[in-house]
Design a protein around this ligand. Structure first.
Ligand code: GLN
Length: 292
């Protein structure tokens, strides 16, 4: 990483710092210049930072915060990990170490569920491997009569889900359970809807993912075993026992994993044939089953 000379305190206006940030991030594979400007926008939105014009000098602590953010981004830390907040389905979610950065393609799952369940909304929802809680909390916000259970093995995930449940006013309708994928077997309840975005990246391909993912997202949220399908194989047979008749399961999958589900004989376990939904990029992204 080449570190460019930064503006001195006397020349460190908003525009001078942005120019420095743009130059420093210009070598990123993504649009680093745009991200340098966006980081300044985030800094300026902070309620503790007064409104700034482009010719205003940044104060010492503002300049050092901006500099730290840009240098972290230059080392490929994802933009949303630096700012700590990610928009998902129109709401802001807070995140930190120990949870996956929410991806826009996961909105495909929300959309697919809303299309199928808006007429007869679920009263109970289970989210396995909840991470920062984006799926279950979005669904609880969209279905105001529903209650939910969120399961995750990582304590950080339950922390961020709690933070987000409070910020969205859903904390009275969600229960958090620390446990692994199979902990649902011990759960007595049945649900109207089960959602999951499990780890589905084949183990060997993780190191080849972009730096922002393989060095910063938790391994536990990515590693889906040798072919990426381990969690689905372990879970699929036991899901029907935890659904009410007519209930739905919605799974996120890797863009090239649709064929595994297309060939799956779901009737043998009491499910309708799988419905596969593509994301905006045209890749298979969500599989839905309905319990007969
Ligand atoms: N969609 C993520 C990625 O490859 C993976 C998340 C997951 O395994 N659930 O970037």
């Amino acid at each position: 990483m080449i570190v460019l000379r930064e503006p001195s305190p006397e020349e460190g206006t908003v525009e001078a710092w942005i120019a420095w940030g743009e130059e420093t991030l210009s070598r990123l594979p993504e649009d680093g210049r745009r991200e340098a400007r966006s980081l300044m926008t985030v800094l300026k939105k902070d309620p503790l930072v007064p409104w700034l014009r482009k010719t205003d000098l940044l104060k010492g602590d503002e300049a050092s915060r901006y500099k730290e953010w840009v240098l972290r981004r230059a080392k490929r830390e994802p933009f949303h990990r630096i700012t700590g907040v990610v928009p998902f389905w129109g709401r802001d979610f807070y995140i930190g170490p120990g949870v996956l950065v929410p991806r826009p393609e996961t909105e495909t799952l929300v959309e697919a569920v809303l299309e199928r369940m808006s007429v007869c909304p679920p009263r109970t929802v289970l989210d396995l491997g909840t991470g920062s809680g984006i799926l279950i909390l979005t669904l609880l916000a969209e279905f105001p009569e529903a209650k939910g259970v969120a399961v995750d093995i990582l304590p950080e995930a339950l922390y961020w889900t709690t933070v987000n449940a409070r910020s969205l006013g859903c904390e009275g309708r969600i229960s958090l359970v620390r446990g692994d994928w199979m902990s649902m077997i011990a759960m007595a309840g049945r649900f109207d809807l089960i959602v999951l975005n499990p780890p589905y990246v084949p183990t060997e391909t993780i190191p080849a993912l972009e730096e922002e993912v393989c060095s910063f997202d938790p391994w536990e949220a990515l590693d889906g075993g040798p072919d990426g399908l381990s969690i689905y194989r372990r879970l699929i047979d036991i899901l029907p026992a935890h659904l009410h008749p007519g209930g739905w399961v919605a799974l996120e999958i890797g863009g090239d994993q649709g064929s595994f589900f297309r060939g799956y004989d779901a009737s043998a376990i009491g499910f309708s044939n799988p419905q596969i939904v593509r994301d905006v990029g045209g890749l298979d992204r969500v599989v839905l089953f309905r319990k007969d």
